[in-house]
Ligand binder design. Structure first.
Ligand code: FES
Length: 484
């Protein structure tokens, strides 16, 4: 006699699974991270405008080129492959651009990331602010049922549901409906669950812009008596989505739910250079989830650095699809089925699953001086430009960093958005970037300058005396004020 199949779970963010996840300690929990030398991580997290500009120009150039070919081929069958390529670049390859720009890791210059982010978000019909918060939640509670709004393959995903996903029929109509609902000023419960109230008006206005553009293009097509305008704007989000799904399914489908180790719920798949260009190296997906400060172009190097601590990468797209389709077929019969992953033991990995191995970032425990009125935070010479270290004082944690202009800064060590140690992030100019969701703070004032960070961190005076960094560790700014 076979065991009865497990009941289908409620994947909504407003159902009973949200409470269950919290009760099981799966919400905003500590996740396993493999050991890596902080200076090497700092090198890998470096940004350049040039690399992202070349890749973005190539993507947009191909988009314009295939669009022009489709225009020239209108009225002939040659328009079909031309539009197919245009759609794949528009509704498929835009996904990894949207993703990378949303993390703010592609370009060194922030507004360039934002510009491409908004363009790609529109191509995918993703409301920009809503999806920024959605993706932050996805990184916080990856594939935790009831918490992660981006679980693309809830169990069971049968063959018809899978086919509908590849055709965009399962995802795009609800997204369009949501845009018009938000444009009307009505946010759904899921959006309210992860978008802060202060950003609700922004969600509404962005939805109105999207709705206006889509209605405008549809009206243009109706007035001209041709579908051609919609083939360029609007419909490619549907007829090109297959490429998005082709890549996206490899990320988490069929793997484990409700675990605190990306090695168990995320897949790294080796792909050829063409696919890696179209997918912006997101095939190194385990590494990306563990170290989201590392830009897409450095993910292969990061993989070389930490790969021995991860489950073996899937050797190719074919192998990944064999594994995924077999797993989805099993889950269609028994939703509790999931693909096993063999991960290196704690000894090899340098830390057991389910916790962040923070020790590697701990630079020093501060020495108390002058009866506790000042603290010795360590040697100044050991902190290079752009370097950042964690220093603990009793149960308090601080980040000590040398900004790109050479100045020292001492700030609170824990991000005000989540519970991430800022010293595991990076210094960018005069800002500190959080390792968990790429939120940023001005290291001189403590003010948040990039979402999802919205609440200031405390900053402290520091001076160098006889080569040692000394601070009284009394905050010199107001903190705890929501900056939104
Ligand atoms: Fe989210 Fe720091 S924990 S930005």
């Amino acid at each position: 006699m076979t065991a009865p199949a497990a009941a289908r779970r409620d994947y909504s963010l407003t159902g009973p699974e949200a409470g269950r996840a919290a009760a099981r300690g799966l919400v905003e929990a500590d996740w396993y991270r493999p050991p890596i030398d902080p200076d090497r991580l700092h090198e890998l997290a470096a940004r350049t405008n040039r690399r992202a500009a070349v890749d973005t120009a190539l993507w947009l150039g191909l988009l314009a080129g295939t669009g022009a070919l489709a225009w020239l081929a209108l009225g002939s069958w040659w328009a079909v492959p031309a539009f197919a390529a245009y759609g794949a670049l528009y509704g498929g390859a835009a996904d990894s651009r949207w993703h990378e720009m949303g993390h703010g890791t592609a370009f060194r210059t922030g507004w360039l990331n934002d510009a491409v982010y908004y363009l790609a978000a529109f191509m995918l019909l993703r409301e920009p602010t809503l999806w920024r918060w959605s993706h932050a939640r996805h990184h916080t509670d990856t594939i935790v049922v009831g918490r992660d709004p981006e679980i693309a393959f809830p169990r069971p995903t049968g063959r018809w549901s899978l086919a509908a996903t590849f055709l965009g029929l399962r995802t795009i109509p609800p997204m369009v409906g949501r845009i018009f609902k938000h444009a009307a000023g009505r946010l759904d419960g899921a959006a309210k669950a992860f978008v802060p109230r202060s950003d609700w008006p922004r969600v509404v206005w962005e939805a109105r812009v999207y709705a206006a553009v889509l209605v405008g293009v549809a009206a243009w097509a109706a007035a001209a008596g041709t579908v051609v305008p919609l083939l360029y704007v609007g419909l490619p989000s549907i007829y090109g989505v297959w490429l998005l799904v082709f890549f996206g399914i490899t990320q988490h489908a069929g793997l484990q739910e409700d675990v605190l180790d990306h090695r168990l719920n995320t897949r790294t798949v080796y792909m050829n250079p063409v696919l890696r260009f179209l997918y912006s190296n997101m095939n190194y997906h385990v590494e990306h989830h563990m170290f989201p400060t590392v830009p897409y172009h450095a993910l292969p190097a990061l993989h070389a650095e930490v790969g021995r601590h991860l489950a073996p990468a899937v050797p190719g797209v074919g192998a990944a699809y064999r594994e995924i389709l077999a797993s989805l077929a099993c889950q269609a019969r028994d939703p509790a089925y999931e693909t096993d992953r063999t991960v290196p033991g704690a000894d090899e990995a340098g830390g057991g699953p389910g916790r962040i191995d923070v020790g590697q970032y701990l630079w020093a425990r501060a020495r108390s001086l002058d009866s506790g009125s000042r603290f010795d935070l360590g040697p100044a010479a050991d902190l290079p430009t752009g370097g950042m270290r964690r220093v603990d004082v009793d149960d308090r944690t601080f980040a000590v960093c040398r900004l790109d202009d050479g100045a020292l800064a001492v700030t609170d060590g824990i991000c005000t958005h989540g519970r991430a140690h800022l010293a595991e992030g990076r210094v960018a100019g005069c800002e500190i970037e959080c390792p968990k969701h790429n939120g940023r703070f001005d290291a001189r004032t403590g003010q948040p300058v990039r979402r999802p960070a919205r609440t200031p961190i405390a900053v402290y005076e520091a001076e160098v005396v006889d080569g040692r960094i000394l601070s009284c560790l009394a905050p010199r700014n107001r903190q705890g004020t929501d900056a939104a």
